[in-house]
Design a protein around this ligand. Structure first.
Ligand code: SF4
Length: 306
């Protein structure tokens, strides 16, 4: 039996023994997506985590995603395959920054992108994902809104809603989208695939975004491949999404804007790590119960609004 098949067999046995479900983000390695019970974007994973009937959730994604699953499931054991899977974008926000912007814009609500860590979420008024940000912010009466930590998503929401969106901090970004799915790579890909439909994630810089036929979260991007006319598509986000899109639409030609747009953190979860996590029942992701309770309330209110 091959090395990977042995791991798959071990995971299968342990998944049953532990009564576990494996939830994987769209950017995970193909073999991790293939063994998952559910694959989706941040919002779908968070919602799925609330519905699952299992004792153990293995969240194959980055740390803030596992943290969100733990917040929504105080009675379940939440494991992350590799504890080192952090997110540099989430790392942009700290409490001093939040406090400084709150003082600069008193009364303005703070909308927090789900790509943030629990202490930052705890201080938010609303929590959104890339698929819910537009809808929720459009529903707010306020004309000035603080939004953190992604400046590109903030500028996209400002453009679409006409509101003043203040990015907190001003330079927060995902390095994968900021540097590897920027206008240069977009124009290069369009030159290599003339006539292709360009589908981008809102974490890309605004200069890249203006060339897009569609902008949306990872799962919205996949749906757009099915809904937009045409046979050739360019997906501008972390390259892992292309695997899922090709699997869902085998008849279409789907390419990444940049095949080198790889999130090293997302790829830290391997089948080996999933098997080890289930075997050893660690690393367990835990959030302080008082903090988790408050974040759960914010998440539930925010989910109901979209
Ligand atoms: S792709 Fe960007 S936002 Fe997503 S986990 Fe990686 S660094 Fe964070």
């Amino acid at each position: 039996m091959s090395y990977l098949d042995e791991l798959r067999e071990r995971i299968e046995r342990l998944r049953k023994e532990r009564n576990a479900v494996i939830l994987a983000h769209n950017y995970q390695l193909p073999e991790v997506q293939d063994i998952a019970d559910f694959v989706g974007d941040s919002l779908e994973l968070a919602k799925k985590a609330m519905e699952v009937d299992a004792d153990v959730i293995v969240l194959a994604g980055v740390y803030f995603m596992a943290e969100t699953a733990a917040i929504l499931n105080p009675d379940k054991t939440v494991l992350i395959p590799n504890i080192k899977a952090g997110c540099p974008l989430a790392g942009f926000l700290n409490l001093e920054t939040i406090k400084a912007y709150r003082e600069l814009y008193p009364g303005a609500p703070l909308v927090m992108y789900i790509n943030s860590y629990a202490p930052a979420k705890y201080h938010a008024d609303y929590i959104v994902t890339s698929s819910s940000a537009l809808k929720l912010i459009a529903r707010l009466d306020d004309e000035v809104i603080l939004f953190g930590p992604d400046k590109n998503l903030a500028s996209y929401v400002a453009e679409k809603t006409g509101k003043k969106i203040v990015a907190v901090p001003s330079g927060g970004h995902c390095p994968v989208h900021e540097f590897l799915v920027n206008e240069y790579y977009v124009l290069k890909a369009l030159e290599e695939h003339p006539g292709a439909k360009l589908i981008l994630h809102p974490e890309v810089p605004p200069e890249a975004r203006r060339h897009a036929h569609y902008v949306g979260s990872t799962s919205q991007m996949i749906r757009a491949v099915g809904e937009l006319e045409g046979d050739v598509f360019l997906l501008g986000t972390e390259e892992g999404l292309v695997y899922r899109a090709r699997k869902m639409y085998p008849g279409k030609k789907i390419y990444p804007v940049n095949p080198r747009a790889i999130c090293i953190n997302m790829k830290k979860n391997t089948l080996h790590h999933v098997a080890e996590a289930l075997e050893k029942m660690k690393p367990v992701v835990k959030v302080d119960p008082r903090m988790a309770g408050r974040i759960r309330e914010i998440l539930e209110t925010s989910f109901k609004m979209v």
